[in-house]
Design a protein around this ligand. Structure first.
Ligand SMILES: O=C(O)CC1=CCC(=O)O1
Length: 96
């Protein structure tokens, strides 16, 4: 199952520089771990916003939730999930 996931990051104003840095490092480690499994296919920054658009190919909604909720920033993101499937008129089958 393929999901497009948009994550809008909302860091608390009260966090100091060290705390932000620590979260960002752990976020990178965790998301790169999942990207290396091949399940997290794309990770793109949304231009001009502290947001990303990701594409994940997972077995189930439970697995998607496992991945997203493992991110250190999970409690600090608004996350929108959209399940997608092939369009019958698409001519390119090789994007993923
Ligand atoms: O978009 C961000 O910076 C938050 C994030 C999610 C996965 C990741 O590596 O960073």
């Amino acid at each position: 199952m393929i999901y497009v996931v948009e994550m809008d990051v909302r860091l608390p104003d009260t966090w100091d520089e060290d705390k932000v840095k620590s979260f960002m490092e752990r976020e990178r480690e965790t998301s790169q771990k999942w990207q290396k499994t091949g399940k997290w296919k794309y990770l793109w920054r949304v231009a001009g916003r502290y947001s990303n658009i990701s594409v994940l190919d997972v077995e189930s909604p439970d697995e998607l939730h496992e991945i997203l909720s493992s991110l250190p920033l999970f409690p600090y993101m608004d996350i929108k999930v959209t399940g997608i499937c092939r369009h019958p008129n698409a001519i390119n089958e090789n994007l993923l």
